[in-house]
Design a protein around this ligand. Sequence first.
Ligand SMILES: [Zn+2]
Length: 527
Amino acid sequence: MMNRNFLILLVVAGWVLGSCSNDRGETLEERAGCISKAEMIGVAGMLGHDLFEGRAPGTRGGDLAEAYLKSVCQFMDLQPGAGDSYFQPFVMKGFSNTGFALKAGGTSLEYIEDVVGTFTKEEEFIKVDGDAVFVGFGITTDLWDWDDYKDVDVENKIVITRVNDPGMYDTDIFEGSTLTYFGRWTYHIEEAARRGAAGILLIHTDESAGYDWNVVKNSWTGEELYIDSDLQNNLKFRGWIKENSLRKILDTQNIKLEELYAKSRSKEFRPIHLGTKIQIAGRNSFRDVTINNVVAEIPGKTEKRIVLSAHIDHLGIDPSKEGDQIYNGAIDNGTAVGAMMVVAKILKEFQSDLYYTVTILGCNAEESGLLGSKYYAQNTDRSSIIANINFESTPVWARSNSIMGIGARFSDFEEMIKTLAADHHLEYSSFSLTNQGLFYRSDQYSFARYGIPSVWISAGEDEVTGAKNYTEFWGKDYHTVKDEYDPEWELEGMKQTIEYALLLIERINNSQSPPQMKPDLSFPLED
Ligand SMILES: [Zn+2]
């Protein structure tokens, strides 16, 4: 009896994904259960190393990350994915300043303490001035019949805008507390640029931005990178202002910020002139910098392809910091690139089963606004891409009770991941941090905006141990020097992410019916 029960136990254990019954496994599912810690940490641990100096695009560490990933692709016998090269080069405009003065009437604000920002014209001395206009949320969209600008001309003005969207205060409009595309700071800048503004100041609060001033400061000091197509407008200055610092300007005009806010919550809102000019002056440096996306592929039976993506860049080094100066980005995005490469390695082993070609895209300059993936999507035959599966900040702790698909709700990916999760006795979860707009903040969005079904796949936040390491990561270590490699990582969440990405790809592959976008999207599609 004892022996028989023991045998049954062993057999059952062999079926459960996540356990490994032999060296490698014979099916893709079995192989997925046999992923080793060494496989997972091989690439991830390396990218998080201090030698990579935080992998900022256009720096030595950034160049090293490109070269390293290319080398891994060669070693794995993947095919070049950008013509006959593993590199897809593109030119970026880099701008940096050592500080600037912002004056409004008699008020002067201090760089970093009150404001941060970037001049985006190729001029050594830049002076931007214009009338200050508060534009509410600065949103114009048919989707919710909302237009903050109305017919007010803001050409050559400095617009001051709230970030986030009105749904933050009224759950019946937009998507309630779920941040929409129109709530992202990137959108507010795009809209101001379309309207010919000379400068934009985004009002920062922890609540509306979803992160504190330190994150803004770390992301907006140092070199800012742009692609040329995003600079073909009047906008000379883009930056952030602390809410309390804005109050200093408003006080001189006897304007109460709360009154401006109250007005901005209404559909009837019209831009409000603040009765003062804002002047921003500083010294600017700029350069052209050529960087590369790393692109490889595993050919299937058709040229139609599934693009796997993970960004290789991070924030680099801050020499002005005391102590640790390296933003290692070990989780953002070392473990995600690591996860993608394990998926690629295993798919390569099962290449003869692949119907769709699989492209492996190590995107660059994601932290600068998804620029590498944007460039890739703009300069690739998009009709050949049936889907995108993105890896971002892959969790490294215990296994989770759920699988999460950020952005899955916009396409058939939602049903597919739900079914996959249910088949493995897991929940399908969405991220609790819906107020952060994470779908629009990583490379899957560069595909979705062209109508390509895309998803950021990850083990969920609800670890089987009850711990909330992943949720805490976003509030504590994300975009700080504490995002570091730790040899103690359990890596079970990473393993799970890899397993379910593989099974998802297998299902798309076997059904040979690509996922489709859902009809009602809450972001604009481009041609
Ligand atoms: Zn990231």
